[in-house]
Design a protein around this ligand. Structure first.
Ligand SMILES: C[S@@+](CC[C@H](N)C(=O)[O-])C[C@H]1O[C@@H](n2cnc3c(N)ncnc32)[C@H](O)[C@@H]1O
Length: 235
């Protein structure tokens, strides 16, 4: 899977995807990350990519044509059906289900805004979808693109090792529920013991304990997740 990222700060994308599990996935070619510097398509030799807003007001607005030209550059090499996702606080909030849906695609084009945002006309021209990572405002789209890439990439076959499987995780599966708690050595830490059942070697009992722990902590930490399929399980 290839993530093309249209950005003014390509180093942020390259650097953050060169470590840990994503870094390993890039090196093994399980995913490709292609940051495209919008400034390479600046409107003049001074590298201009933004200008003051029509109608006045604070801040700068990213100009339409450098973004459009950067997009055209990518579109020439990308699958023409690749979605163009603008990371924006005005988009639909990213969910695990959305990450799952995107993980089946071969290519995604991500557009990162900065400053006050982007000239609306280029959004209308090229963007197929807007995605937010939450109801708060960041200084730029790069951290949001990295969140999306991380959530999607780890669902791409070959990215996680068997030991890092996502099958039991929070939000995995048909019911929205949180994962059970984890413990590792030592068996006692500052007087707190690992639940005895986890040391028993009884796989049936361990699975049952984990199911119950999952339901209990979902109800306690995120009661709003008690949507109908989960509610059925809890009742
Ligand atoms: C300072 S924000 C612009 C906010 C814009 N003026 C507004 O009020 O909707 C600059 C850029 O950061 C990114 N951004 C900010 N918050 C975000 C969020 N919650 N999710 C995704 N991207 C975000 C977007 O790419 C945006 O163009």
């Amino acid at each position: 899977m290839t993530f093309h990222v249209l950005t003014l700060f390509p180093e942020m994308i390259t650097e953050a995807t060169s470590h840990s599990i994503l870094g390993r996935a890039v090196r093994s070619n399980a995913i490709q990350v292609n940051p495209v510097n919008i400034r390479d398509f600046a409107v003049n030799k001074h590298g201009q990519v933004d200008d003051s807003p029509y109608g006045g007001g604070a801040g700068m607005v990213m100009m339409a044509s450098p973004i459009y030209d950067a997009y055209q550059h990518v579109a020439n090499m990308a699958n023409s059906n690749a979605p163009v996702i603008y990371l924006s606080p005005q988009g639909k909030v990213l969910t695990q289900a959305k990450a799952q849906e995107l993980s089946s695609l071969k290519e995604i084009i991500l557009l990162c805004g900065h400053y006050e945002g982007i000239d609306e006309r280029v959004i209308e021209e090229i963007v197929t979808e807007e995605i937010s990572i939450g109801d708060y405002v960041l200084t730029g789209g790069e951290p949001a693109a990295l969140v999306l890439m991380d959530a999607v990439a780890r669902l791409v076959p070959g990215v996680l090792g068997k030991a890092e499987s996502f099958q039991d995780e929070s939000f995995a599966g048909d019911v929205l529920q949180l994962e059970y708690p984890h413990y590792t050595r030592p068996p006692v830490f500052r007087g707190r013991e690992v639940p005895e059942v986890l040391l028993s070697g009884n796989h049936g009992k361990i699975a049952e304990w984990r199911r119950n722990a999952s339901l209990e902590r979902t109800r306690r930490k995120r009661p709003e997740l008690e949507l109908s399929p989960l509610k059925k399980n809890l009742d």
